[in-house]
Design a protein around this ligand. Structure first.
Ligand code: ADP
Ligand code: ASP
Ligand code: MG
Length: 414
């Protein structure tokens, strides 16, 4: 029997009516002769609400307690879906992360160490449906752990790999992966296929339709991954390994933006070896992921500056960690800015085409959009700009790189 893992996101689980609809989808896959495990997200907005409560209780909250709070949203939806399926006379039961268990280390963005599948195998053998809360695992000392925002995608892929499923279907509130966020550019085009590599890069620069780690995992284990709508019966987007299977390629596959970064500038760095090492060591020790880094070369003997980005959610922790470096003379002043967005263009076609960065910078310059920082990889160019220009920048770049859908089709898609 084919075995599939179905994952439903927050919008799909928002309210009993929608949960009934999800249950119906699950029922259909079971009726089609599949063994099914379901991974669910918390109801839309619930995790945001819980995170906000943590911040109000303690701005520098303890990540272990944060996990206790934020993991609760998925527990609710897993129970509700299991009882809804039971109401349809299906043999369904929920299994919390600790019941399988999904073993994880760390807190707030814990890594999955492994998943024991004995319980799941028994459920499959009994023709049962396991409903599993996404986003959560359990640490070796029995504490709840969560996998970082959007982590239910990673739970689903990890479970599919552990259970040797034939595929992992990610049901969400759009009907696939688009050339850019269709909520920002109505003329974005749906992609039938995307390579793991491009999806990984798109996700890592902000296309939140899939959590980056879920794509990395699927790629590493060759797990077939599909993104599709939980509301409409439409073909979705397949994430594939081989770009050779894509006949006609645009140089640029997609454009993404990320509003979740904050900008930190440190002023008055002494010009001596070890200055930046001390700064980034302090951030690493506090478990903070630093993204773009810009350091202006100091003129001999003068003090310099360094600018970098961290996730907005880590800003308070970053400032706290850096305050200690400042006390020991590591720099003089700290400035922070949350009014920024990172906009990126991604495509494997970049490897064989020069001038992508130049075209991107020209397009933004024509609109008087100022670039604060730049970073590149083999298949990506990212710029940091003022958040006010997010929509404009994404839209003009989408047009400049020839990604707009023809108007008539765009009208139908919207
Ligand atoms: P879920 O709750 O189902 O996990 P998410 O909100 O995490 O859903 O992800 C789906 C959202 O991702 C869409 O509503 C869309 O606004 C956004 N998105 C961003 N970039 C893209 C893209 N390139 N293609 C499709 N959706 C995208
Ligand atoms: N509920 C979690 C979040 O909002 C996990 C997820 O939905 O993937 O980040
Ligand atoms: Mg998501």
């Amino acid at each position: 029997m084919p075995r599939i893992v179905m994952k439903f996101g927050g919008t799909s689980m928002a309210g009993i009516e929608r949960i009934r609809h999800v249950a119906d989808r699950v029922r259909r896959e079971v009726a089609n002769g599949n063994q099914v495990a379901v991974v669910v997200s918390a109801m839309a907005g619930e995790t945001d609400r819980l995170v906000q409560l943590c911040k109000e209780a303690a701005p520098l909250y303890d990540p272990r307690e944060y996990d206790v709070v934020v993991a609760s949203g998925e527990q609710v939806t897993a129970g509700l879906l299991a009882m809804t399926l039971q109401g349809m006379k299906l043999n369904a039961r929920s299994y919390m992360g600790w019941q399988l268990p999904i073993r994880a280390s760390g807190h707030a963005s814990a890594l999955i160490d492994g998943i024991d599948v004995a319980v799941l195998d028994r459920v499959f053998d009994d023709n049962g449906i396991a409903v599993i809360p996404g986003f959560q695992g359990v640490t070796s000392d029995g504490a709840l752990a969560t996998l970082g925002r959007g982590g239910s995608d990673t739970s689903a892929v990890a479970l599919a790999i552990a259970a040797k499923a034939d595929r992992c279907d990610i049901y969400t509130d759009v009907d696939g992966v688009y050339t850019t966020d269709p909520r920002i550019v109505p003329r974005a085009k749906k992609l039938d296929v995307v390579t793991y590599e491009e999806m990984l890069e798109l996700a890592s620069v902000g296309a939140k339709v899939l959590q980056t780690r879920s794509v990395g995992l699927a790629m590493r284990f060759g797990m077939p991954l599909q993104v599709l709508s939980s509301f409409e019966d439409l073909p979705g987007t397949m994430i594939v390994a081989d770009e050779g299977s894509l006949m006609e390629r645009n140089i640029i596959t997609g454009i993404a933006h990320d509003r979740n970064e904050a900008f930190i500038t440190l002023i008055g760095l002494p010009d001596r070896p070890g200055t930046v090492a001390a700064i980034f060591r302090a951030l690493a020790d506090a478990n903070i992921n630093v993204d773009m880094i810009v350091q202006s070369a100091p003129r001999a003997g003068l003090k310099s500056e360094v600018t970098f980005t961290v996730p907005k959610a880590s800003l308070a922790h970053s400032v706290d960690a850096l305050a200690r470096v400042r006390e020991t003379g590591g720099f003089e002043e700290i400035l922070t800015n949350t009014d920024i967005v990172k906009v990126s263009v991604v495509g494997v076609g970049m490897r064989s085409n020069a001038g992508i960065a130049a075209r991107m910078f020209d397009t933004l310059a024509e609109r008087q959009i100022n670039i604060v920082a730049i970073s590149t990889s083999e298949i990506k160019v990212s710029v940091l700009i003022s958040e006010d220009y997010t929509e404009l920048a994404v839209r003009v770049l989408h047009t400049a790189f020839g990604l707009d859908a023809p108007a008539a089709i765009a009208g139908a898609a919207a």
